[in-house]
Design a protein around this ligand. Sequence first.
Ligand SMILES: [Zn+2]
Length: 300
Amino acid sequence: MVRFPYQMEEAMSQVPTIQQFFQQFPDDDACLDYLMVLRYGEVLECPKCLKTGHFTRLKKLPAYACPWCGHHIHPMVGTSFHRSHVPLQKWFYAMYLFTTTRHGVPAKELQRQLGVSYPTAFRMAHKIREYMGHLDGEPPLTGHVEADETYIGGVVKGGRKHGITGRGANKTVVFGILERGGELYTEVVPDASRKSLIPPIQRNCPPGTTISTDEWMPYRNLSKLGYDHHMVEHGGKEYARGGVHVNTLEAFWSMLKRSIRGTHIHVSAKHLPKYLGEFEYRYNLRKNPGQMFPRLLASL
Ligand SMILES: [Zn+2]
């Protein structure tokens, strides 16, 4: 378990303000100290001489030395910061922005705020999304879950979203499972067929789980697979019947689509999984917003 020695530890239940961020990370050295403690702890056993001690910062290198034998540890090695020409504090600030902005950060905005080139901002943004995507919700999802798919980008041929011929044509299909009051799992799937939608449910939900879906055909055999399955008939204009609905997940889909439309001009199918990872990350840490930033750093 990593210890957070700084004030952000105490403030984990709250999102740090920009002022708090710059108090904690006034320069690259402060960021490097944080990274060192995060990755190795304040006191560590030297991998070379095996004695335990407090490593001290070297003056001319982004590294720390063993007090006994002088062995160097470079805390940036193995992270994206290592070979980057972007100063560490700018990376930290970019990550801070990603974890504190509800709708994500367009590369243009990152470029402006950090004073880096657009290609650099673009690369940084994708790197950060990739890290966010690695911190997935932990299966199993149990209790009462909602399962639903949505369609992003492209044009729906044949119009009607829920018509069999039109469903998902030319669009990227995203599938999600949301545990009420719990975590969310999402993935990009090849299409909206049974073969694509059912295995993720079986991987993430144990039999016996209560599942709400709409009436889309592939979901109809969930009872046979041992689930307590309930359907709402969207085609029949039914959106909820008691606790049976997929409204929580649909609210997430519309937030995701609004954000993509509003802040990102175009998201290609190739990059969509990273955006999904980003939004899923924020959703799953919604009850502990102050943890978003330290957890993202710890994921390095
Ligand atoms: Zn040593």
